[in-house]
Each structure stands twice: as structure tokens, then as C-alpha cells.
Design a protein. Structure first.
Ligand SMILES: Cc1ncc(COP(=O)(O)O)c(C=O)c1O
Length: 375
């Protein structure tokens, strides 16, 4: 296994924590806002649950997933047999190649800059792994599984409908499974991201397609461990069969909480508005401190660079009490970027903004050229 990415930040964390006004931790995308009362009540009301939960999810949960996909994302043609609740999507991603029986002869393709768990899952199953953002990079190879992640963690890049259609067509010709991690689908800012299951992408034929949705970010439910997969009914059936044997069941109270969360769009909109406000505050401030921000048109992160090693940027920000993630943990192409999460309280975001703005008035360090958004 690779080193756990956040363990490499220990030194920078010590520096950031020493700031007189305290650390602003923007290194991990962990939600900090309150869980909506209607979700907490649903969890509590379902807490008398002595029996085992169903792996497939309650009928009500499966209905809620289908309805939410249609209402929120315009996805049609999904049946209740084509959805499956999971114990947070990190769990599914880490075990997916194993659950599908992939092994040494199989190839799993992950984005060049990617959420590390795609590769972890491939390694757990002992498959080959390739990093590619375009089909031409793959040449004649026929992978078993290709991951898409739009909007992307870490870059916030959104794949357009033409790109998605091309990947789906290419995969269908070769019998490749496309797994689209849509964790940030509800968080489009400058553009509207599309699900791989949207009719404009796949024409309501979900063969060979799996969309993975998390409730962690859009409903601030990371602590509940709640997500689901939807798509090709035969792939869902295969996953269900194995997961029943493996005991991969979402607890009954969490299933009830998911029903409440999926049935209510108001709390999601409220959460989205909070992130939009934080992004609007942080984006100009990070630019004023000499960073250029790339992509970041959607999702929960700003993908920023000062044109130097990401570890130098991490250290520079840590001296100002701001902890961010080094881009290199997402892939070699991230070596000169940092990932800045929007997941901190309004008060902590305001503290980061003030420090970044103040840094714009600092004297340049001796012998070092000053970075600017133009550089
Ligand atoms: C791209 C992506 N996929 C999946 C996950 C996992 O989310 P969870 O396990 O909370 O559902 C994350 C979490 O940060 C993520 O960034």
C-alpha cells in the first residue's frame, strides 16, 4: 500500500497549529456543518433495530435513490433493482475490483490525477493499473474497468457531455465497465456536471455503466457512511450477491437516514450555498496571495499553484497557519499544485482569507522572485 497521504503532512500540521490564531485545516474534505435535523431524527427513530439490515437496502431506500437520481440529476431509466446502498463510497471503491473478481491479468484505468482509493482498490485486487485521461493514451489495450471522476477530486475539472459519450461508446465496443465516481455531482459552480447515466450521455442504456454517489459531501453525512451505486442491473446484481456473503450491509438506522436525506432537497441546497459562499471568499484571496487556480469549476476544492514544488507551497501556507494537501499525492502531474478544501467553518474560512490577503502585503523574501497570478 502507498503511504497514507495525510500522514506526510505531520510536520506542516505542527507548523500550522503554532499560528497564534489557530490552524485553518483545509487539507481534508471532511464536512464540518451540522447534520440536518430531519436526517438526525430519521436516524434516531430507526435506532430500535435488533435484526440484521438487508444488503440490498430497504424497498423505501431503493425507491428514494431512484427518485433522487431523477429529480436532482435528470437520470431516467434506473429501476429499483439497479441500485445498491454502500457503507460510504470509499468502501465500495476500495473493494470494487475485488468484488468483481478482477486480478493480475486485468487492467484498471484511473485518472492521471486521482482520488488515491481507485489505485488502492486495484492494488487490493492485485490488478494492473494505468493512469490515463484520454482513450488514445490507452492504445489497443482493453481494460476491465475505467474510472471517471467528474467533477474531479482534486482538480474540480468537469468532463463535458461529448467526452462522456465518447468514453461510453468506446467502452461499449470493448465490453469495458465504466465506473463514474459522482461524489461532487451536485456541486457545479461555473458549469453543470452530468451523470454518466444521464440520457444525453448514454441514451438510457446503462449497460456497462456504474455511477457511484456519496451522501458525505452534499448532505454532510461523512460520519454516517452512506452512499450508493446505480447502473447496469447485472453488475449491481453481481455486487449484491458477493456483498451479501461478505456482510457489507448499511446499518438500518443509516438506511433510514439516507431515505430522509435523499427525499429532501432543501438541506442539500443550503449546504451547496454554504460551499458557494466559502468558495467566493477563498478564490480571490488565494489569487491575491500569488496563486493561480486551475480548473476548480466544480466540486469542493481549489487546485492552486505558485509555480513551485507543492511541498514548498504547503510549507508557505503552513507558516500562515493554513494546512492544505500537496498535489503530488494525487499523481505525478500534481507535483506543483496544492488542493485547498472548502470544508471549514465560515469563521475559519474568514481567518484564512484575512491571512492570505495580509500575505499579499508582505515584503518579498530575500533573493526570491515574487509570484503573481500572471506568472
Ligand atoms: C472522489 C471521491 N470519491 C469518493 C470519496 C469517498 O466518499 P465517502 O466514502 O465518504 O462516500 C471521496 C471522499 O473524499 C472522494 O473525494
Amino acid at each position: 500500500m502507498p503511504i497514507f497521504p495525510w500522514d506526510t503532512l505531520a510536520d506542516a500540521r505542527v507548523v500550522a497549529e503554532a499560528h497564534p490564531d489557530g490552524i485553518v485545516d483545509l487539507s481534508i474534505g471532511t464536512p464540518v456543518d451540522p447534520v440536518a435535523p430531519l436526517i438526525r431524527e430519521a436516524l434516531a427513530d430507526a435506532s430500535a433495530a435488533p435484526g440484521y439490515p438487508t444488503t440490498a437496502g430497504t424497498a423505501e431506500l431503493r425507491r428514494s435513490i431512484v427518485a433522487a437520481l431523477g429529480r436532482r440529476h435528470g437520470v431516467t431509466g434506473v429501476t429499483e433493482a439497479a441500485v445498491l446502498p454502500v457503507i460510504g463510497t470509499k468502501e465500495l471503491i476500495a473493494w470494487l475490483p475485488t468484488l468483481l473478481g478482477l486480478g493480475a491479468k486485468d487492467l484498471v484505468v484511473v485518472p492521471e490525477l486521482a482520488y488515491p482509493t481507485y489505485e488502492v482498490g486495484a492494488r487490493l485486487a492485485g490488478t494492473q493499473v494505468a493512469r490515463a485521461d484520454s482513450l488514445t493514451q490507452l492504445g489497443p489495450q482493453s481494460p476491465a474497468l475505467v474510472y471517471l471522476n467528474s467533477p474531479s477530486n482534486p482538480t474540480g475539472r468537469v468532463l463535458g457531455v461529448d467526452h462522456l459519450r465518447k468514453v461510453v461508446g468506446w467502452a461499449r465496443e470493448r465490453g469495458v465497465l465504466v465506473v463514474s465516481d459522482e461524489c461532487y455531482l451536485g456541486l457545479g459552480w461555473d458549469v453543470q456536471p452530468l451523470s454518466v447515466l444521464h440520457p444525453a450521455v448514454c441514451g438510457e442504456d446503462h449497460t456497462g455503466l456504474l455511477a457511484v454517489h456519496s451522501l458525505s459531501k452534499t448532505s454532510s453525512l461523512a460520519g454516517y457512511r452512506a452512499g450508493f451505486a446505480a447502473g447496469d442491473p447485472s453488475v449491481i446484481a453481481e455486487l449484491l450477491a458477493v456483498r451479501r456473503h461478505a456482510g457489507m450491509m448499511v446499518p438500518t438506522p443509516v438506511q433510514a437516514a439516507m431515505v430522509a436525506a435523499l427525499g429532501d432537497d432543501a438541506h442539500q441546497q443550503e449546504q451547496r450555498d454554504r460551499y458557494a459562499r466559502r468558495r467566493n471568499a477563498l478564490l480571490p484571496a488565494i489569487r491575491s496571495a500569488g496563486f493561480a487556480v486551475d480548473h476548480s469549476e466544480a466540486g469542493l476544492y481549489l487546485w492552486a499553484t505558485r509555480g513551485e514544488s507543492c511541498r514548498d507551497s504547503v510549507a508557505w501556507l503552513a507558516e500562515r497557519g493554513i494546512l492544505v494537501a500537496p498535489g503530488e499525492v494525487y499523481g505525478a502531474g500534481g507535483a506543483r499544485h496544492v488542493r485547498i478544501a472548502l470544508t471549514a467553518t465560515d469563521e475559519r474560512i474568514a481567518a484564512a482569507v484575512a491571512r492570505l490577503r495580509a500575505s499579499g502585503h508582505e515584503q518579498p523574501e530575500a533573493g526570491l522572485p515574487r509570484c503573481s497570478t500572471q506568472s
